[in-house]
Design a protein around this ligand. Structure first.
Ligand code: AMP
Length: 192
């Protein structure tokens, strides 16, 4: 099995690229943000738990997120591997993911981070907000809070995998196809 974490700040293009990479490499794409939005739309108990955190640009608590992620992985016993998008966002989530995969005799091949400057991120998210309908994409102070949360709580996940020599960084600027080209080359190197 091949498992890759697509990493980077909000608005760095993870979702767009993860869909293309999953198709190119035959992997299952799991986006925790998409899963939470689906639960919220259906007004499930899980969606109700996530709503307040998401609307403020804060992280949903680890136990809620990890449980949901485990269920999603278990729902795909046929998968050749996964692309994780927006997960893990804390070191506790990374440890839980490693543990869950180890129980299956699997591991994370690589974490690949998209590097995009803060001001570009704010502009991209505000632009996306015009069509995404996401409340957290339409308020600049919430967007800036999401960037701060990324720096304080999520960035340490990069170091966690870097310490194990499994972290890589790719420039997230340029056209969608240019960025895909860079990621594609790296995927070919890190996949078994
Ligand atoms: P995203 O679509 O990845 O930008 O995620 C949107 C929002 O969903 C985030 O701002 C968080 O509130 C929540 N969320 C998504 N993934 C996670 C995660 N792994 N841990 C905690 N909260 C998450």
């Amino acid at each position: 099995m091949n498992n890759v974490i697509l990493f980077g700040p909000p608005g760095s293009g993870k979702g767009t690229q993860a869909v293309k990479l999953a198709e190119a490499f035959g992997l299952v794409h799991i986006s925790t943000g998409d899963l939470f939005r689906h639960e919220m739309k259906n007004n499930t108990p899980l969606g109700q738990k996530a709503k307040d955190y998401m609307e403020k640009g804060q992280l949903v608590p680890d136990e809620v997120t990890i449980g949901m992620l485990n269920n999603k992985v278990e729902a795909h016993p046929e998968a050749k591997g996964f692309i994780f998008d927006g997960f893990p966002r804390t070191v506790a989530q990374a440890e839980a993911l490693d543990q869950m995969l180890a129980q299956k005799g699997q591991k994370i091949n690589a974490l690949i981070a998209l590097d995009v400057p803060d001001e570009e991120i704010v502009n991209r998210i505000l632009l996306r907000g015009k069509t995404s309908g996401r409340p957290d994409d339409n308020d600049e102070s919430i967007i800036r809070n999401r960037i701060e949360v990324y720096k304080s709580q999520t960035q340490p996940v990069y170091d966690y995998y870097d310490d194990q020599c499994r972290a890589h960084t790719v420039l997230g600027l340029g056209s969608i196809d240019e960025i895909f080209g860079r990621l594609n080359t790296l995927f070919e190197e890190v996949l078994a």
